[in-house]
Write a protein that binds this ligand. Structure first.
Ligand code: BT5
Length: 327
């Protein structure tokens, strides 16, 4: 989107439905009415619904509902995340595409999203259902200036940002189930998949994949997930605009990413503790050798979950599956 088109849409948005004449836009932006008209045509092609004729004035009556990178970019104030955005109709997995982009001049903070994924991935090769247009399926390609040992904090960084964005856009009481799920009323609305590469003990790249259900019907979910998953619209009982949600998400991700880069893991860990649904709860830890029960008592500074066994011994859990127990 041109700088001019961006300025035009900003002004139409602030007019909140009142017509703004081409003449006034031209005067304010220091360009001819013909240039304004060209900008309007460009905006309409990008999916903005703009009504009106040059003499009466223009009214913004709708913003694109399919994700249009230019429309997202026009609303972002981020420093790193979303400075470049690619949005596809369908890809295998946005995480895989992000890895393929690495090195080919892709900037840190690149956002790669898709309306649908054919091979959306969860952890350990599990499938992630990503039906067309019904959620936000995207990945960030980052070059985090962090030590390899800090990689687990990247999952918490994304979890904190998503939780805050979901809370502010939907008003729902979202929280973090350690380490990579966002739940609302005990149902999973979002999963996070972080993959990293490192050299000489430092991270070189990270791909942070986020799958957020906006209006996924139960039938589109894998059978084992149906009773445990939900979507924001169903829970909030009102339409949620993916556009607004994505803008808020990218703003939160950028905010927390800079906190992490500038202040280290401390603030993220504090926020993750405050937003955690796992701490203080009875949990079951599933390990290759079998499952055991305990109580989640803390989140260690390296991102591990601290679980107290019935004999009082506290174990740091890094990669095992952890489920919440009731009672
Ligand atoms: C996750 O794995 O929760 C990480 C999901 C990350 C998805 C994003 S989408 C964009 C990016 N590109 C990718 O290819 N992936 C990332 P895990 O904790 O392993 O949970 C996977 C389990 O969640 C599955 O085995 C299902 O039971 C369940 N599941 C699958 N699709 C779901 C959905 N849409 N909503 C809720 N649960 C789902």
């Amino acid at each position: 989107m041109s700088e001019l088109a961006r300025e035009i849409v900003d002004r139409l948005r602030s007019a909140r439905g009142a017509p703004v004449s081409g003449e006034r836009l031209g005067d304010e932006l220091g360009v001819s009415r013909a240039a304004i008209w060209k900008g309007i045509v460009q905006l309409r092609r990008s999916g903005f619904a703009i009504e009106g004729a040059p003499r009466r004035g223009y009214v913004l009556v709708g913003e694109p509902e399919t994700i249009v990178p230019a429309a997202i970019a026009s609303r972002l104030t981020t420093r790193t995340i979303g400075r470049a955005i690619e949005w596809h109709d369908a890809v295998d997995s946005t995480n895989d595409l992000a890895w393929r982009r690495k090195g080919a001049g892709a900037p840190s903070g690149l956002v790669i999203g898709a309306e649908a994924q054919t091979h959306g991935r969860g952890r350990r090769g599990r499938h992630w259902a990503s039906p067309r247009g019904l959620g936000l399926w995207f990945s960030l390609l980052l070059e985090p200036p962090l030590a390899g040992k800090d990689a687990p904090v990247l999952t918490l960084f994304a979890a904190v940002a998503v939780t805050q964005a979901v809370r502010s856009v939907s008003g729902l009481p979202a929280g973090i189930k350690w380490p990579n799920d966002i739940l609302v009323h005990e149902k999973k609305v979002c999963g996070i998949l972080v993959e990293t590469s490192a050299e000489l003990g430092r991270l070189t790249h990270a791909v942070v994949g986020i799958g957020l259900n906006v209006a996924v019907p139960e039938a589109a979910l894998p059978p084992e997930a149906r009773s445990r998953a939900a979507s924001l619209e169903g829970l909030a009982e009102r339409p949620i605009r993916r556009h607004d949600l994505l803008v808020t998400l990218l703003e939160e991700l950028d905010h927390w990413y800079h906190r992490l880069v500038e202040a280290g893991p401390g603030p993220i860990l504090a926020a993750a503790r405050a937003l955690s649904l796992t701490l203080g709860r009875p949990v079951r830890v599933h390990e290759a050798s079998g499952a055991w029960d305990g109580e989640a008592t803390g989140l260690a500074d390296d991102g591990a979950l601290l679980v107290k066994r019935s004999d009082g011994a506290v174990e740091a859990v890094y990669a095992s599956e952890v489920s919440l127990r009731h009672g």
